[in-house]
Design a protein around this ligand. Structure first.
Ligand code: BDR
Ligand code: CA
Length: 314
């Protein structure tokens, strides 16, 4: 089988940055067509610049990065500097990016690429779903060319940004609704599974021992991110977004079930909640919801992929 055409939509974010590195290091499996950035963990100007910093770090400065939507569809914007730091990737200590972003808007890139792609394209989404939802609204026929969407977001159980909601869905619930109702194969990589992918000190040290610039940046980010989340996660920070890339590379590391997932759009306490119909009471499934990951297998895969990246930036 050839490499699978892939677009990554993201809001870097330390865990987004690590997911990007993992994907860039997987050239045999992925034909990475471009990276689209969206406002999320930090404002758009920072997420798109961070994506460009990461492509430089990975030794692929020509990888096209497209800036997308600077705010969600309906709700007031929310960001997460308290978790990710003012830059979004605090701890990485990366220089200014070498090149600018592409001139084309991310939504236009998604529409054009999906409309014209000779074979169907996989979408990996690591942030709020604004760019992808607007592309679908702009030209619904692009869905015919989407192989699948693998989305980090939501939870069967508790949220992280509110008791009920996970950040990516809460940050743009209306966009999430559009994507979850789009009728394409969708895998929800929610907190139930990503909270099992914990970067313990031993796992961080295994990455540090690679002694490369990307590995050092990953460890710096994990130490920072871990310190910010220590009251929630005592053993280390969860690697949410890299689970999306790991699932595309090695689905056998994960277990999940098909179910119907509805997005709570309003609600006094539950806006952005993914209402997961575990018991099949509300209609046909629209998502495969991941529930378990082999965490040792996940970190072995991550470490092995990071080892493929160049030792130092050119
Ligand atoms: C998600 O929100 C962000 O903080 C992370 O980058 C991840 O995509 C986890 O809720
Ligand atoms: Ca993210």
């Amino acid at each position: 089988m050839g490499a699978r055409p892939l677009i990554i939509d993201c809001d870097p974010g330390q865990d987004d940055a690590i997911a990007l590195l993992m994907a860039i290091a997987s050239a045999e499996e992925f034909d990475l067509l471009g990276v689209t950035a969206v406002a999320g963990n930090v404002p758009l100007a920072k997420t798109e610049a961070n994506a460009r910093r990461v492509r430089d770090l990975a030794g692929w400065p020509e990888l096209p990065v497209y800036a997308g939507c600077p705010r969600p569809m309906v709700r007031t914007p929310v960001t997460a500097e308290a978790v990710h730091g003012p830059s979004g990737i605090d701890g990485a200590d990366l220089p200014e990016p070498s090149r600018t972003a592409e001139e084309v808007h991310a939504v236009e890139f998604l529409v054009q690429t999906l409309a014209e792609a000779p074979s169907s394209v996989t979408l990996a989404t690591l942030g709020p779903l604004t760019n992808v939802a607007l592309a679908i609204i702009k030209n619904p026929s692009i869905l015919d060319n989407v192989a699948e969407i693998v989305a980090m977001g939501g939870a069967i159980g508790l949220g992280n940004v509110t008791p009920a909601a996970e950040f990516n869905i809460y940050a743009d619930p209306h966009a999430a609704h559009v994507v979850f109702e789009a009728g394409v194969p969708l895998t929800m990589v929610g907190l139930d599974v990503t909270r099992q992918a914990i970067a313990t000190p031993a796992r961080i040290e295994a990455i540090r021992s690679l002694e490369t610039a990307p590995a050092a940046a990953v460890c710096g980010m994990l130490v920072y991110y871990g310190a910010q989340t220590t009251t929630k996660y005592r053993h280390g920070p969860p690697l949410h977004d890299p689970c999306v890339i790991a699932h595309l590379l090695k689905p056998e590391l994960f277990e999940g079930r098909e179910m119907r997932v509805a997005i709570e759009l309003a609600g006094e306490h539950c806006q952005g909640r993914t209402v997961c119909d575990v018991h099949g009471r509300s209609g046909a499934p629209n998502a495969r919801v991941l529930e378990r990951v082999d965490a040792d297998g996940f970190f072995a895969l991550l470490t092995e992929r990071l080892a493929r990246l160049p030792v130092a930036t050119p």
